[in-house]
Design a protein around this ligand. Structure first.
Ligand SMILES: Nc1nc2c(ncn2[C@@H]2O[C@H](COP(=O)(O)OP(=O)(O)OP(=O)(O)O)[C@@H](O)[C@H]2O)c(=O)[nH]1
Ligand SMILES: [Mg+2]
Length: 255
C-alpha cells in the first residue's frame, strides 16, 4: 500500500506485531452491525463518531468489501445486479455500549441503466455528502482494478479533494477484484492509480493505495488495519495529521 505522510515512517513492526495488528483490526471490524439507512442526507443521524465512507462506481465491490472486512456474509447487500445499494447504509463499529466509528455504504455511481434524472440526483447526494458531512473522517474509494479511476470517480473525488488535501479526511483507495489480474497487471494498475492519487496528495494528506480482492482476500487484513489505525490514532478521528505512527502494512503504500 502507498501512504503519504509528512514524517519519515518509523521502522516497520516485526512480523509478529504486524500479524497481531491485523488480528486486532479484524476483531474490531467484525463488531460492525447495522445502524440505519437513509435515502437522503437529511435522514442521516447527526453523529460525533468518525465516519468512514465506502464509495465507488456501481459494481466496484463496495458492499462485498464491507462484508469481507467485517467477516459477515450479508451485512451489506452485495449483488450481481449493479445499482443494488440505493440508500446510504450506516454500520456501527466498536464495543456495543461504546461504538467508536461508523461505516457508510454508499450507493454506487455511474450505473448506465439508471434513468438519467435518478443518476444525477444521486450524484448530487453523493457530492453533497462528500463535501459537507461533518463527521466524515475517511473515505475508502473502491475502483475496479481492471478499469482504474474513471472520469466519474475523479469528478466525485473532486468534491472532497480540499478536505483530503488539508488532511481532515483520509483516503484509502482499493483496487478491487485484483484476483482478475496477474502480478504485472496489478503492478501496472497500482502505478496508474498512484499517478492519479498524486494529484490529491499534499504534505498534510493521508492517502493510501492497495490492491484488494474479496475472493483471494488479498489486502483484506491490511485494509482493516488501516481503518483501525485511523480510528484508534490518538484523536480517534479526522482533522489531525496522518496516522504517521502507523508503519504501513507491507503491500500498501503511502502516497
Ligand atoms: N472476482 C471478484 N468479484 C468481486 C469482488 N468483489 C466483488 N465482486 C463481485 O462484483 C459484483 C458487485 O459487487 P458489490 O459488492 O455488490 O458492488 P457494489 O459496489 O456494492 O455495487 P452497488 O451497490 O451497485 O453500488 C458482485 O457480483 C460481487 O460478487 C472480488 O474481489 N473479486
Ligand atoms: Mg453495494
Amino acid at each position: 500500500m502507498t501512504h503519504s505522510s509528512p514524517a519519515a515512517p518509523p521502522a516497520p513492526p516485526s512480523g509478529d506485531d504486524a500479524a497481531a495488528a491485523v488480528k486486532r483490526a479484524l476483531a474490531w471490524t467484525h463488531t460492525a452491525r447495522f445502524l440505519t439507512t437513509a435515502s437522503k442526507l437529511t435522514e442521516l443521524p447527526v453523529s460525533e463518531l468518525p465516519e468512514i465512507a465506502f464509495v465507488g462506481r456501481s459494481n466496484a465491490g463496495k458492499s462485498t468489501a464491507i462484508n469481507v472486512l467485517t467477516q459477515q456474509k450479508r451485512l451489506a447487500f452485495a449483488s450481481k445486479t449493479p445499482g443494488r445499494t440505493q440508500h446510504i447504509n450506516l454500520f456501527e463499529v466498536g464495543p456495543k455500549l461504546a461504538p467508536d466509528a461508523l461505516f457508510a455504504d454508499l450507493p454506487g455511481y455511474g450505473y448506465a441503466a439508471v434513468e438519467r434524472s435518478a443518476k444525477l440526483r444521486w450524484q448530487e447526494v453523493m457530492a453533497e455528502y462528500l463535501a459537507v458531512r461533518r463527521s466524515l473522517s475517511a473515505i475508502v474509494v473502491l475502483v475496479d482494478a481492471r478499469l482504474g479511476f474513471t472520469e466519474i470517480d475523479l469528478k466525485l473525488l473532486g468534491f472532497v479533494t480540499p478536505r483530503i488535501a488539508n488532511g481532515s479526511v483520509r483516503l484509502l483507495a482499493l483496487l478491487t477484484k485484483a484476483d482478475k489480474l496477474n502480478r504485472n497487471e496489478t503492478a501496472e494498475a497500482l502505478r496508474r492509480a498512484g499517478d492519479v492519487l498524486g494529484e490529491v496528495t499534499s504534505a498534510e494528506a493521508d492517502v493510501s493505495l492497495a490492491a484488494f480482492s474479496a475472493l483471494s482476500r488479498a489486502g483484506v487484513g491490511d485494509a482493516a488495519r488501516v481503518l483501525h489505525e485511523w480510528v484508534h490514532a490518538a484523536d480517534g478521528g479526522a482533522s489531525q495529521a496522518p496516522v504517521a505512527g502507523s508503519a504501513l502494512p507491507p503491500g500498501m503504500s503511502h502516497l
